[in-house]
Design a protein around this ligand. Sequence first.
Ligand code: PBG
Length: 365
Amino acid sequence: MQPAARAQFPQARPRRLRRTEALRRMVRETRLSVDGLIYPVFVVPGADVQVEIQSMPGVYHQSVDRLVEDAREVADLGIPALLLFGLPPSKDWEGTGAWAHDGIVQQALRAVRRAVPSLVLIADTCLCEYTSHGHCGIPGPDDRPGFIDNDRSLELLTRAAVAQAEAGADIIAPSDMLDGRVQAIRSALDARGLVDTVILSYAAKYASAFYGPFREAAESAPQFGDRRGYQMDPPNGREAVREVGYDLAEGADMVMVKPALPYLDVIHAVKTTYPDVPLAAYNVSGEYAMLKAAVAAGWLEERRSVLEALTSIARAGAEMTITYYAKDVARWLTSEAAAEAEGQVVPASSVARASQPVGTGVPNT
Ligand code: PBG
């Protein structure tokens, strides 16, 4: 179909629709909503523990009791879901803590499930936080650095997924990037009658340098080799669409692209190819740390840059974003909505308040 003929300048003046905040608001294509936010948390053994992670200001290692308080706050802010990571008291070659009945994430899942039943609980399913070598699967017998025995590891991952689902996880999110894990996890869950447990696969997860702060937070850096033998090669975009296709065929209910900001093209390609599949993006630890550092240095305005970054992820095609900024964003969106209801527009910051009166009907230049 031919697009309709359109006016050209001087009849056409796109700036007409940018003249006031009210007009801009009407024609906005992308709206951030608290409904799409997922808040990641790190649970550790002990009681009354809350220790800030150095490279991730505002993010904490928390014991189960403190996590429960945090979970209440998250739910009160209207954020629908938590993504849980755990640091076990000890690690071993197979990562047995990942599927132990009283493993750290399983304890946290039970406690939060009981205290805040409305929250959607997502368990990150992987071995790397639990293995002494720090890999997401089990290294093969021939000891090649970084080589992971795919099929043997699948069996261990399915144990972890079943333990998490039995402890109350609504969603299992395998982040290991081994082949065939979605199919293996789906059959293991179904065999236990866990047919309603959702699978959100980290379908296109790249071997990214932006996970640095997380590996400090989760103490999950590989002790030898790297993850390039299983996570995706950053230059590949078309391959991501193929990976998503495999995971959907294996039974994934939702898929994820990770990291987010350096991979907006991948988010867009996945959404364009599979418009009907719920798509998440992980705004990872390095993306968070970059913004935090620039804000701390006084180089960026936090609220505006974070909202712009997250809006870009939504504009690229993700309905859900996993972000360490989720609580701040929920607060910002709520205060904006309240101000709009009163007919005012919240300035992005006190600086903006002083310099740009918006929404007053005064034409902006
Ligand atoms: C575990 C896992 C990682 C992240 C989420 N799950 C680290 C990795 O693969 O090395 C990264 C999250 C972040 O950087 O915020 N496999």
